[in-house]
Structure formats: structure tokens, C-alpha cells
Write a protein of this length. Structure first.
Length: 164
């Protein structure tokens, strides 16, 4: 979730204005989108972000230390479904990788960009944890169905309910 939220789409050399900008030697993030702000608020609660410049959220660690910070934060304990919910919100709303049907099925919306492999890997990991199952498909696009285990997370974070 950290990588998707904080790294994807960020060009450090051109981070000069919203939604990501440098101020006093730290990256600041701001977004008009509620799904982004929910993640930033969560990260502030974990101590990974703080009040930044002009109501932005200041990153409290070096950008290139993301993996180390993620590992250290994980060892403190976390609510997996909450983190999964934030990740799914980012994949669905911010990057449009997921389109959900009323029966919980979706096709991975790929654009042959550099993230396609990373998104496929994320979905395979979520599937291995029992939240997704791959469904047979006629096309080359990956297709998945949310399992009943995912229903509470989907209701809370995507505001949708699975129908049988």
C-alpha cells in the first residue's frame, strides 16, 4: 500500500507543485480525493507522515528508505484488512485498475505500462491470502472474483456488497 500510494506516479525531479512537492527537504502530499486523504490520515496516525506545508502531509522518512520503513511499521502490528482496504481503494479509484461488478467479479484493467506486472503480483498475493479467486477467462486479461472473506473489507472501503 505504501508503494502504490507514495511512489506510483511520483517524479522526484519534477515534484514542485501539487499533488506531490518538496518543501524544507521533505516530500509533501496533498490530494482533493477522499481515498488519497484517507490513506494519508492513516499514515499520519502511524507516524509515517505529519502536518506538512499548507495543509499537505509531510513524509517523515527518506523516499529511498520506503521498504525499510514498511518492514519496520509492519513489525509494530497492523490491521491487515484496513491496509488491504486502502490498497484496493488506490487500485480502483486512483489508478482505475479494478472495475467491480455486483457479483464481485472484475477484470484487471491493464494498459501495458510498467505497473502491470506489479499489480498482477499484488493480486496473486491477495488471492493466496484467500480474499480473491481467479476465474476462468476467454480473454488475455486477468479476471478475479472477491471471496466472502473479502466482503467486510469491500463494504467498508469500497462501499459495495457482494451478491450471491
Amino acid at each position: 500500500m505504501l508503494r502504490v500510494t507514495l511512489v506510483w506516479g511520483v517524479d522526484l525531479d519534477n515534484a514542485k507543485s501539487n499533488p506531490v512537492f518538496w518543501h524544507d527537504g521533505a516530500l509533501n502530499y496533498i490530494s482533493p480525493m477522499s481515498h488519497d486523504e484517507a490513506v494519508f490520515d492513516y499514515l499520519r496516525g502511524r507516524g509515517l507522515m505529519s502536518e506538512g506545508h499548507n495543509h499537505a502531509h509531510r513524509l517523515e522518512f527518506l523516499f529511498d528508505k520506503l521498504d525499510e520503513v514498511a518492514d519496520a511499521d509492519f513489525t509494530r502490528g497492523l490491521d491487515f484488512e484496513e491496509v488491504l482496504g486502502f490498497l484496493v481503494m488506490q487500485l480502483a479509484y486512483r489508478f482505475n485498475y479494478l472495475s467491480l461488478s455486483q457479483h464481485g467479479e472484475f477484470r484487471l484493467q491493464t494498459g501495458n505500462d510498467e505497473r502491470d506486472n506489479e499489480v498482477n503480483a499484488l493480486l496473486r498475493q491477495i488471492s493466496a491470502l484467500g480474499y480473491l479467486e481467479e476465474v476462468s477467462q476467454q480473454s488475455a486479461a486477468s479476471a478475479y472474483r472477491w471471496t466472502n472473506k473479502a466482503a467486510p473489507m469491500l463494504k467498508k472501503y469500497l462501499f459495495c456488497e457482494l451478491k450471491e
